[in-house]
Structures are given as C-alpha cells and as structure tokens.
Design a protein around this ligand. Structure first.
Ligand code: IMP
Length: 440
C-alpha cells in the first residue's frame, strides 16, 4: 500500500459537486479538469444523470461513464455508491467509441448495484400510485434499485458477472419482485428471458468489474490527482435535499467518501458548480422560480430541457440562500459558476438573498418541506450585461464589469470565492480564476 493514511494529508484530490438541484453543467467542467487527473471517479446515482460534453464538432452524451473517459491516460471509475443499468452502460460505451475509438480505461466496482427491468417497471408503478404527490423521477429505476440495496436484496456487480452466482440470485430476487409488480398492477417478468438477456450483458461487462476501492485508495494515498465527479445536485440528496422530492443517493461532497471507500481527510478541495440562475426538474419547492416570461426566456435561451428525459426544466433566478446552505453542507473551497452567458439577454438580473417566512425574514433553508414551501424570496436587483458576448472571454478581465459585479455579489453572499466561470458549452469556454482552489 503506497503512502500512509495516518500521516498529515495534503492531496491533490478534488470533488466536483452540483450545488443546486442538478443540471449545473458539471460534465463540461469535469471534462476540462479531467485533463489533469489520473483518476476520475463517479460516486453516486446512475443513468438518471446526463452530461453533454462538446469537443470541437463532436457532441458526447454521458449518463453513467465519467467524461474523463475521453482522456486516454485517465482511469475512469464507476464506484460502489452507484447503481448501474448494464444495457445503458454498454450502449454508452459503444456510442462513445464510435465518436472516439481511443478512450481511457474503465473500471467498475464489484460492489455497485445493478439496475434491472423490474426496477424500471416499479419506478413507473410507484410514481403512478403516488398520484398527485408524484416525485417526477427520471423513470430509470434508480429509487427501486437503491431500495433493494437498503433492503439487502440487491444484486451487485460482482455477483452479476459471476455466471455461477447470477442465475440463483436473479431467481431468488425475481420471485419477490414479480409479486410486487403484480400487487401494483404490473405484469411479472419471465425468468429465462431476463437471465438470457442479462447474462449476455454480464459477459461484456465482466472485464471491467473489479475492486475499485483499492484502486481509488492507492491513487489517493499515492499522491495522484483524483477527481470525484458528483451527479445530480446537493438538494436532491436523500438526507439533505428537499425530501421527498429527491433522488435516492447522496450527491453531496460527503457522498464521495461513502461511495468510493476513502475517508473525509482524503479530500482536499471541493468545487460547487452553480448555474448563474436556478433550474429544477420534477416536483418540489423552488422559491426563486419564475413561472412567467422571465423563466421562459431562461428556458428558451438556455435550452433548459433534460438531457435524460427531455422534460422542460423549471427556471428561476439565482438563490443565495440555497447557495449558502450548499457551501456549508459541501464544505466548498470555491464556486464554478456556469452558464453566465445565458443571462446576457436581460437588462437587469435578480438574486434571492433571503426569504420571508410568514412575513418574517429568515436567511437559511428550512428543513421541513412544508415550511420551505411557504418561503417567499426577497430579491436584490443588479444591472445586467445585455447583449455582451461572453463566449469569447478567457480571463476575468475580459468579462463586462456588471458580470464581474454579479460574481462579486455571489462571493459576498456566500463567503466562498469564485474559482472558475463557464461562458459557453465548449471545453475552451472556461475562465480559470483560482487554480489554487481546484487542485491545491
Ligand atoms: P430519480 O433520481 O430518477 O429517482 O428522480 C428523483 C428526482 O431527482 C426527480 O425530481 C428527478 O427529476 C431528479 N433528478 C434525478 N437525476 C437528476 C439529474 O441528473 N439532474 C436533475 N434532476 C435529477
């Protein structure tokens, strides 16, 4: 074992976490930073995530695989905190290789859980049963797969790719799942067909499956640059998000420890990716939402439609209350502010700085959803940078003064410095302000 976990740590490790409700354009940043990383590790979620990475005239769409896969010398890890749909994984690999034949190394944790068709069916049936209280899931079977993990009946990658154990495990679990499907008004699944289809996937996935904890630990304690890629966003976290309108995993920076097998002292920096405005997909409170022409402008100009589901995203102004909570809960070192260019359509921009709860001012997010739902934002208005073309900006000084003032306002409201700014979808359209807050 290289290194000594007991010594004083000072490691080039970085977590990239979504600071809002997901879709903060993390993929592009991870891709840009992966150039410097030996290892890129995804620690939570499954193919409910969707990242688009544009490299020149090629557009890559990732759901499971870290975008680090585009860098040949980088090892990409799907760690134990994930739930993985084999079919989706193989399709993604095939799609990526078509656009770029030489990709990096892929490793999949034998402890990650496998998503099966009964999880997808149950996701749909459970949503239907919730009626008006539906969560608005991505229908990818994510919740039911994590339910199996917690219930200790899930099938893990190690068992899945073992032809001796998989048939037995599937038989045992399918009995329970078929009863459940029928109870909820669904059709049972045929064992033989499922076994044949999934055994074929398992054979293709087998070469990638291994003990990834040790790979990550050796890289971290060996002093290598390791990038932990968060999926979804802070307020979709099962414990700290706007429950029950959350996902079933831990997208928070802390999830990088639990979902990969390292301890908290092994994380050096945490970058919170926040959009210059706010979006949310699915149900749940969203105080700064603009269900009006402003929101429509943001949606249209920012093409705010889900990468995974195609659903239109709810849009609104930036919420500094949300960002302050995000900064604390993730112990952020710095912000990466994305999509600043999208706000160039406005004469003035607004930021929610606190809430009024039943008329009384508060400056934190209440944990109770019903109470949070009653919060009314108090906005501050800042001058905009209408019609300025930000996409050519490569340094902070290139940005219009009002755009710089907007970033200063974020820093002042949250106490966290802005480390990076993204001004367009291309890799190159990124401004690095504080490299010391990124890799240390
Ligand atoms: P699930 O993760 O499919 O169970 O969906 C639970 C909630 O999380 C829903 O509101 C989804 O819209 C939301 N969600 C899940 N993944 C993402 C994501 O990658 N971006 C944004 N929202 C997401």
């Amino acid at each position: 074992m290289p290194g000594d976990p007991g010594r004083k740590l000072n490691m080039p490790t970085l977590v990239i976490v979504g600071a809002q409700w997901g879709d903060e354009a993390k993929g592009k940043l991870v891709d840009a930073l992966a150039t410097d990383a030996e290892l890129v590790v995804r620690y939570a979620g499954g193919n409910n995530a969707g990242h688009t990475v544009i490299v020149g005239d090629r557009e890559f769409k990732f759901q499971l695989i870290p975008s680090g896969i585009l860098h040949e010398r980088t090892v990409s890890v799907l760690a134990s905190g994930m739930v993985i749909c084999p079919k989706s994984l193989l399709e993604e690999l095939c799609r990526t290789k078509k656009l770029q034949p030489n990709i990096g190394t892929l490793r999949i944790s034998s402890a990650a859980h496998v998503v099966f068709p009964y999880h997808l069916k149950l996701d749909a049936l459970e949503e239907e049963a919730r009626g008006a209280n539906r969560i608005g899931t991505t229908s990818r079977g994510i919740g039911p797969a994590y339910q199996d993990k917690v219930a200790r009946i899930g099938i893990r990658m190690g068992e899945f790719v073992d032809p001796k154990r998989f048939p037995e495990r599937l038989k045992e679990v399918l009995v329970v799942k078929n009863r459940l499907l029928q109870l909820l008004g669904g059709e049972p699944l045929a064992y033989e067909e499922l076994l044949a289809e999934f055994s074929a996937y398992a054979a293709q996935i087998r070469p990638y499956v291994t003990d990834t904890d040790i790979i990550v630990q050796e890289a971290v304690y060996g002093g290598n640059r390791v990038l932990f890629e968060g999926a979804q966003g802070t307020f979709l976290d099962l414990d700290h998000g706007t429950y029950p309108f959350v996902t079933s995993s831990h997208p928070l920076s802390g999830g990088a420890c639990l979902g990969t097998g390292i301890g908290p002292r092994a994380i050096e920096n945490v970058i919170g990716v926040c959009k210059a405005y706010t979006t949310r997909v699915g149900s749940g409170p969203f105080p700064t939402e603009q269900d009006n022409e402003t929101g429509e402008w943001i949606r249209r100009h920012g093409k705010e439609f889900g990468t995974v589901t195609g659903r239109s995203r709810r849009c609104g102004w930036l919420d500094a209350v949300v960002l302050r909570q995000s900064a604390r809960i993730n112990s952020l070192s710095g912000w990466a502010v994305t999509r600043l260019d999208i706000l160039s359509v406005f004469d003035e921009v607004q930021i929610g700085t606190r809430y009024l709860l039943d008329g009384a001012p508060i400056d934190h997010m209440p944990t109770d959803l019903e109470v949070f739902g009653r919060c009314v934002p108090v906005f501050e208005t800042l001058p905009g940078w209408k019609d300025a073309d930000l996409r050519g900006c490569r340094t902070l000084a290139d940005l219009p003064p009002n755009a710089r003032a907007y970033l200063d306002f974020i820093e002042a409201q949250t106490g966290v410095p802005v480390a990076m700014v993204s001004v367009g979808p291309d890799r190159a359209e990124t401004i690095m302000i504080r490299p010391d807050l990124v890799w240390g």
